[in-house]
Design a binder for this molecule. Structure first.
Ligand SMILES: Nc1nc2c(c(=O)[nH]1)N[C@H]1C(S)=C(S)[C@@H](COP(=O)(O)OP(=O)(O)OC[C@H]3O[C@@H](n4cnc5c(=O)[nH]c(N)nc54)[C@H](O)[C@@H]3O)O[C@H]1N2
Ligand SMILES: Nc1nc2c(c(=O)[nH]1)N[C@H]1C(S)=C(S)[C@@H](COP(=O)(O)OP(=O)(O)OC[C@H]3O[C@@H](n4cnc5c(=O)[nH]c(N)nc54)[C@H](O)[C@@H]3O)O[C@H]1N2
Ligand SMILES: [Mo]
Length: 720
């Protein structure tokens, strides 16, 4: 009897239940998780989902979103067939068509735009899903357009670019060996439940955990020895102030600084501007605490630090805030050292697993910017040159600008998978501009979303339970999944759709022509395994023979950093090279996160932080899952109790949140978890989309990232 058979026998005694338990992968949430799950399947339907105990990485754990797996798959708004628009754009009137008709319609329309305006006028876009991206990316390039964009335009990539400009690569916290852990904007319980155990491990060894957050979270409650409740958007100033204290006290690692860093004198002069009084006034962190934080970081090491893919960089000063925090690691000799920050090369789709693949080559070797001298620059290049130089995608936050101005060239068609306009500031204006300016917009999604209603053609994708994908895990693992149920209705795997479109467009490319599994084998060549072998795992990740894990630190110190000077750059030579007209500073300077939208009359006195993660949501994609919705029925903002009192509000009241850009009506909840003057609101709701309050130009000039977590707003009681 197999383990799974035993499991089901133990749980459901008796003969012939007709239920099969199958291993599967939950990919509802962040690709950093993707837990192993066991699906109970009866008559071809999933009837229950639970954590897979034998999964080498998630080890039986599952979050509340994962538990909703069955509800997610069988949501009533699943798209059932390809749908062609029959009403006006945005009206949501469609009629079913066949797959053949749909694919032919895509090829005809994309090729028409290409012929009339050039290939750059067609954009290929993806939302948060990552698994099909290498193929979508390569298809865009083979089609001839450099304009491939994803949610990376506002998720984690700002950090990648900032790292490239500073340390060359990122570096993960070495939980196993650190003595002090700075949980800077760290909230594992809500956003990264798989790494909570690592932080607990630090505590168990007697290490110290410091959490720097704007709200009290479960991480603060369960893990923090010290909780620093900082004023939102002021982390850059705190990091510079700590660096100043470290330098003043001579606590910096002088040998490391001398040998491995560049621009220390300029950095030191910048830090000197951030004395204790000034930093206390900006950050709300007391002078004594700033001194203590500096001491802990420098003198109680090795010290590792958390870098968030979103919290800091979702401020218009966030690129530099991240750099300022990162600089502490080099200043104290913790970068690329055991117990500090360990650079671990990415294996595949943002995940590090201790071996290398040819993913980057697969994605980019057909880039028309390399192959075609007449190729135009990517979307957003004019406004965000650093992004253009350091990241191989468009800065898609520029889309609304480009559509409304047609500058520097028009965008006339969008081919998208999982695109969600609610992810963008001024979402409705973006949807309207797309309706007005595009000749053709096709969207593939699982669900009939708000965005899908604006499309000319909507295609049904299937979920991770209904298809196959390749995935790597830390520890040197990979899995090639197999479906546990048939695709529902006429839905299909995104990759199959991409391949059909590729063929219908009449494209020819050696690597694409290897097919889905063939191209994975090409990318994973040399790692010691291949798709056909991974299939033997039947949805259980297998050890990759040539993987080396854990990855030892010290390589950059030995071989040089991947920066222009080969050193850790406090003063970034890459930024220094950017045309002065952009006003970018090579040092990690601090400026106010609301500076771009002055409010001299104080009409918007609240600081709005949107999208700080909660366990019950994943951007827009699970708000309509009944199991999760019942846990928070209404879109709801959180307001400090003092402000509640001053505004005459009580829990459950309807309030209007408003900014110069828009307003939404939501329920209100009073809390002590945030400071007075701060309001928290989740993003992604259709009936109350908080991104309507965000202006299209509220962007970090270095990365182009929107200030999702730092904007002005006001609140009033809704009068019915
Ligand atoms: N205000 C505010 N806005 C934010 C953020 C914030 O903190 N505050 N966070 C930003 C960040 S960090 C991110 S990453 C983005 C993410 O933003 P989005 O990309 O909008 O993320 P989702 O809503 O999860 O997913 C987009 C769509 O993908 C669909 N989808 C799911 N699985 C599949 C699949 O397998 N195939 C296809 N074709 N479609 C699928 C979903 O149904 C959904 O409609 O949001 C950003 N926007
Ligand atoms: N449940 C759930 N998990 C997710 C996601 C999700 O939507 N839902 N999204 C995934 C994605 S795409 C991403 S990018 C990651 C993001 O992962 P995280 O960065 O961990 O998540 P956040 O909650 O955005 O931010 C972390 C903490 O930073 C705090 N914070 C906000 N503003 C500031 C500030 O100005 N300074 C400081 N010091 N702290 C601040 C927030 O209160 C929060 O507790 O999460 C991933 N995991
Ligand atoms: Mo993200």
């Amino acid at each position: 009897m197999t383990d799974l058979e035993k499991k089901i026998k133990a749980k459901i005694p008796g003969e012939d239940t007709g239920i099969e338990v199958k291993h599967a992968m939950c990919s509802i949430c962040s690709p950093g998780m993707h837990c192993g799950v066991d699906c109970y399947v009866k008559d071809g339907r999933i009837i229950k989902v639970e954590g897979m105990e034998s999964h080498p990485w998630s080890k039986g754990k599952i979050c509340v979103k994962g538990q909703s797996g069955r509800d997610y798959v069988y949501r009533e708004d699943r798209i059932k067939t390809p749908l062609k628009r029959v009403g006006a754009r945005g009206e949501g009137k469609f009629e079913p068509i066949s797959w053949d008709e749909a694919i032919a319609m895509i090829a005809e329309n994309l090729n028409k735009v290409k012929a009339e305006y050039g290939p750059e006028s067609v954009m290929f876009l993806s939302g948060y899903c990552k698994w099909y991206r290498p193929w979508l990316h390569r298809m865009a390039h083979v089609f001839g357009t450099p304009n491939f964009g994803t949610d990376d335009c506002n998720c984690s990539a700002a950090m990648v670019v900032a790292n490239k400009c500073t340390s060359g690569t990122g570096g993960g916290a070495d939980f196993g060996k650190c003595n002090t852990f700075f949980g800077w904007n760290y909230d594992g319980y809500y956003s990264n439940h798989m790494n909570v155990a690592s932080v607990k491990g630090v505590k168990k060894r007697g290490g110290k955990v410091i959490i720097i957050d704007i709200r009290e979270t479960p991480a603060v409650k369960n893990l923090a020895d010290i909780f620093v409740q900082i004023n939102p958007g002021t982390d850059g100033a705190l990091a510079l102030g700590m660096a100043n204290e470290i330098i003043k006290n001579g606590w910096e690692d002088k040998e490391y600084v001398e040998k491995y860093t560049h621009g220390f004198a300029q950095y030191k002069a910048l830090c000197a501007e951030y004395d204790l009084d000034k930093v206390e006034a900006i950050t709300g962190v007391s002078k004594d605490m700033i001194k203590e934080l500096a001491r802990l970081y420098a003198c109680e090491g090795p010290t590792a630090c958390n870098y968030s893919a979103s919290a800091l960089v979702h401020h218009i000063n966030g690129f530099n805030a991240h750099r300022a925090v990162l600089c502490l690691s080099a200043l104290t000799g913790n970068f690329d050292r055991a117990g500090g920050q360990v650079p671990v090369p990415v294996t595949y789709l943002h995940k590090s697993a201790g071996f290398s693949t040819r993913e980057a080559e697969f994605r980019s070797s057909a880039d028309p910017r390399k192959t075609n001298p007449d190729c135009k620059r990517i979307l957003g290049a004019d406004r965000f040159p650093l992004w253009e130089e350091k990241f191989d995608e468009t800065q898609t936050m520029d889309l609304l600008h480009q559509l409304t101005t047609d500058e520097p060239y028009p965008i006339r068609a969008i081919y998208a998978h999982g695109m969600n306009v609610k992810m963008y500031p001024e979402s409705d204006n973006l949807a309207r501009a797309m309706a007005e300016k595009l000749d053709f917009f096709v969207l593939t999604d699982l669900f009939m979303t708000y965005t899908a209603k604006w499309a000319d053609l909507v295609l049904p994708a299937c979920s991770s339970f209904e298809r196959s994908e390749i995935k790597c895990y830390a520890g040197g693992y990979a899995v090639f999944t197999e479906p546990v149920i048939q695709p529902l209705y006429e839905s299909r795997s995104d990759v199959d759709i991409i391949y059909d479109v590729y063929h219908a467009l009449g494209l020819k490319d050696e690597l694409m022509d290897l097919g889905y599994e063939g191209s994975i084998d090409w990318m994973f060549d040399g790692c010691g395994t291949c798709v056909s072998e991974l299939k033997n795992g039947h949805n259980m990740p297998l050890k990759v023979p040539n993987a080396k894990w854990p990855v030892a630190p010290g390589k950059q110190l030995e071989n040089g950093f991947k920066t222009p000077t080969g050193k850790f750059e406090f003063y970034s030579e890459s930024i220094a090279k950017v045309d002065k007209k952009y006003g970018l500073d090579p040092l990690p300077v601090y400026y106010d996160s609301l500076a771009d939208e002055p409010d001299p009359e104080g009409r918007y006195p609240y600081y709005l932080c949107t999208g700080a993660r909660l366990s019950i949501s994943l951007h827009s994609r699970v708000h309509e899952v009944p199991y999760l919705r019942q846990l928070r029925k209404h879109p709801m903002c959180e307001v400090n109790m003092e402000d509640m009192k001053a505004l005459g509000l009580k829990d459950g009241d309807d309030v209007v949140l408003y900014s110069p850009h828009g307003e939404i009506t939501v329920k209100v909840h009073g809390t002590f978890k945030i400071k007075p003057g701060v309001i928290l609101m989740l993003h992604g709701y259709t009936e109350a989309n908080v991104n309507l309050l965000e202006g299209r130009d509220h962007l970090d000039p270095y990365s182009g990232y929107p200030g999702h977590k730092g904007m002005r707003c006001n609140i009033r009681k809704e009068v019915k």
